[in-house]
Design a protein around this ligand. Structure first.
Ligand code: ATP
Ligand code: MG
Length: 373
């Protein structure tokens, strides 16, 4: 175990890695990245190694973390077990569970955290059976590799069953879909939620836990478009959300930032999924909280005391998706903080975000939403 950490090795080099590096540099650390994409956003902040250069990445790092949850678990486990390095945070077990919706839901149930009713599906017959048992509508999802709503099909009537199987069934044998790892599909009962919220928490090596406030998330075409921090009228659910994520953090002996996505229903919160990393619904915290999710993750990974997760200013975060807005118009609005990810424009791609901090943000938010349209 190294006693002093100078360089943090991050698995993945996207915008999350970029913002982790911004926080790390401020605290006196350097970052290097393991990432195969060219021109990755994080490359502006530290050296990027490709997967075939794993040995060099390891040599350059004192401790490891991740920003990309589809990192191979075997690689993660190997990094965590190197006895001349400071470990991998969060642990590889957390990554393994978060990569598999069935394992994730099983863990939630084991910890008495409410989920939708669900069934594993490996054949068209099992899908028909699931539709009968769970009732329609239901959501059929690949259990691995999904993001931004990809790898999902809502089955509304019995006529959709064949089409849904045709679209997603290949994932069962690893022939198609979003990863080449063969894995069953998951059929989930469709939830008529009133809204979607998430909670982000951070756990330190000594077991301390800090919780960010519950935030409200709005999606467009399956992609997160807007986060409101804090969520309105949510105090009555805070204890349940904190208890849920706290149980997961403790059970996994987790170190770092963890995100839990939740549905709000009449009977309380239903857990949807975890992300074992900093999360898009926490970007507001850079300007809106006393200590951001990125800084707190770096603090946890390097063994520093955790920072204050409370809201400093009410915030609204808007994702920049596909096309950059006019920066002159954007910055003429007070309370605007723009984060450019140095990515090229492409339909459906997250290329930046904007946080509006203001006690009354609605007018600014409406103006910016128009600029983004
Ligand atoms: P993201 O990357 O945005 O987190 P994802 O691809 O990991 O998305 P989910 O978060 O599971 O997938 O689902 C995406 C969205 O689809 C949810 O935010 C929610 O709006 C809707 N959804 C998912 N599961 C259900 C369900 N069982 N019932 C109703 N709506 C659902
Ligand atoms: Mg999700």
């Amino acid at each position: 175990m190294t006693s002093t950490i100078k360089t943090i090795g991050i698995l993945g080099g996207g915008q999350l890695g970029m913002m982790l590096a911004q926080a790390a540099l401020q605290l006196g650390y350097r970052c290097v990245f393991l990432e195969d994409a060219d021109n990755a956003p994080a490359s502006l902040y530290g050296q990027v190694f490709k997967s075939h250069e794993l040995d060099k990445f390891i040599a350059a790092s004192d401790v490891f973390t991740l920003e990309f949850e589809n990192t191979p678990v075997d690689t993660a486990r190997k990094l965590g077990e190197l006895d001349n390095k400071g470990g991998l945070f969060p642990p590889a077990d957390a990554l393994q569970i978060a990569q598999d919706r069935l394992a994730e839901k099983a863990l939630f149930n084991q910890l008495n955290i409410n989920t939708v009713p669900y069934l594993s599906v490996s054949s068209l017959d099992e899908l028909r059976n699931a539709c009968q048992q769970l009732g329609l509508p239901l959501v059929l999802k690949t259990s691995r590799g999904g993001y931004d709503g990809k790898g999902q099909f809502v089955i509304k009537t019995a006529n959709d069953i064949q089409t849904a199987w045709h679209e997603l069934g290949d994932a069962v044998t690893g022939q198609g879909g979003l990863t080449s790892t063969p894995a069953p599909l998951i059929a989930e009962g469709f939830i008529n939620f009133s809204r979607e919220v998430s909670i982000i928490a951070v756990r330190a090596k000594n077991g301390d836990i800090r919780y960010y406030p519950l935030v409200e998330n709005h999606h467009k075409n399956g992609i997160l478009a807007k986060t409101i921090a804090p969520a309105d009228n949510i105090a009555y659910l805070t204890e349940q959300a904190q208890s849920n994520i706290g149980k997961i953090l403790t059970h996994l002996d987790y170190v770092g930032v963890l995100t839990l996505e939740l549905f709000v229903t009449e009977s309380g919160l239903i857990a949807n999924e975890i992300a074992p990393r900093v999360h898009n619904s926490g970007h507001w915290s850079i300007e809106g909280a006393y200590c951001s999710q990125f800084e707190n993750h770096i603090r946890a990974v390097t063994g520093l005391p955790l920072g204050d997760t409370q809201i400093a200013k009410p915030s609204v975060m808007l994702n920049v998706i596909g096309k950059y807005p006019d920066i002159n118009q954007l910055l003429s609005i007070d309370g605007v903080h723009f984060h450019h990810y140095h990515k090229s424009e492409r339909t459906g791609r997250k290329i930046g975000h904007i946080t509006i901090t203001a006690d009354e943000p609605n007018a600014a938010v409406a103006a910016i939403e128009q600029l983004l349209d």
